[in-house]
Design a protein around this ligand. Sequence first.
Ligand code: 4AD
Ligand code: MG
Length: 478
Amino acid sequence: MTNTNSIKELLTGNKKGETVNINGWVRTFRNNQFIALNDGSTINNLQIVIDFNDYEDSFLKRINPGTAIGVEGELVESLGKGQTVEIKANKVEIYGDSDPEKYPLQPKRHSLEFLREIAHLRFRTNTFGAVFRVRNSLSFAIHKFFNERDFVYMHTPIITGSDAEGAGEMFKVTTLDLENPPKNEEGHIDYKQDFFEKPTNLTVSGQLEAELGAMAFSKVYTFGPTFRAENSNTSRHLAEFWMIEPEIAFADINDDMDLAEELLKYVINYVLENNIEDLRFLEQRLIQEEKQKPQNERSDMPLIEKLKFVLENDFERLTYTEAIEILLRSKPNKKKKFKYVIEKWGADLQSEHERYLVEKHFKKPVILTDYPKDIKAFYMKVNDDNNTVRAMDILFPGIGEIVGGSQREERYDVLLERMNKMGVPADEMQWYLDTRRFGSAEHAGFGLGFERLVQFVTGMGNIRDVIAFPRYPGNARF
Ligand code: 4AD
Ligand code: MG
């Protein structure tokens, strides 16, 4: 049936009394009479009422969970509980059967672990329907935010010949025969014979290219996939994840923090305004899930309240040095409850420390700035103390680091010295250094991990449940 309506449109619009067409997948079929139909446009099902006298028994038996059908009928007021309107069907067409003996999604609660095994079907559940509609809204809101502020959306390369960012381990890209690679005179692999005539990798970040863009357009952002071959089997890490990386010229670290805070609040507000039914469902899901946890591991606030709390409060801004002082004085550090006890200034912060600051100490989002230069990347602007760099990380409750960014080193000499000290091949990076030779200017940027954002907004505990087909060590299924 073409020319159909969406269920969202029928439930919210004003089409009562009209003849409508609808397509979708059956969730349940009760008493040979009531079909709960879902088309993915909303968390809500539309009830279809059929008169079983109009159909053969063999036809009715084919209406099962998962069956794809089309319906034509009148949209009428519903007398039943839980819905305002329903369709009185006068025509039902079956597009695709779904064998109830074999269909893995039964009308009951399935564990997230089980659903991960059938990720190709999990969109059809209420939970994943809600998560991926929210993900879609967040993605749209990000583009809307930047577009309204005259940022240029840049597409940076996925395959890169530079491994200088140093953000993580890289995946190699090659067309060489791995069984029998060509060797040069020294006995090493001869990349001259490879596709790009040099070693190449999947990108870990679009930042360096975005910086080049910012030096012409003033304000740019990227939003694309990035890849890290770290062997991190955590609920916060993926081998393939999406990142938003704005880069702004004529801007310092304070402008950078303001932009990040404004962006996060804007997109959270957008979802509150446009996905409230999905959020209500996800909030209830989380409450149910947390009932199985001990009291001290449960969230302080229900999901929607937590999102509003982030909107209504300024993020706490403090320096790394101040954070270290707080951590040194903290109970878990004194009692050696941290896995990595903080001994002194200069220590790299682990997620347990970040979460202590956010969840126990400040109880709100935190922005940490001015980290020791030895634990941060070469491109960050060195402070006058010559010990710290103008880095800024945003830490969120339940998530830890959600944003990593900095003001960039715009001084050619200082940057070159840093590169040499840190073993970054300056000769291969002339294109990057050129921006500091011709019209260099103060600039700053950050990377927002998109899946961590989706996790925060949906309350999903595992990052593998907020991307359609997650890639992580040992898994590239689907
Ligand atoms: O802190 P990161 O490594 O920063 C960069 O890549 C900079 N080039 C960004 C910039 O300044 N333009 O990564 C940025 C964010 C992290 O804060 C985190 O939210 C997310 O990306 N992230 C990951 N998300 C999922 N899985 C992983 N393995 C991630 N690694 C980083
Ligand atoms: Mg980081």
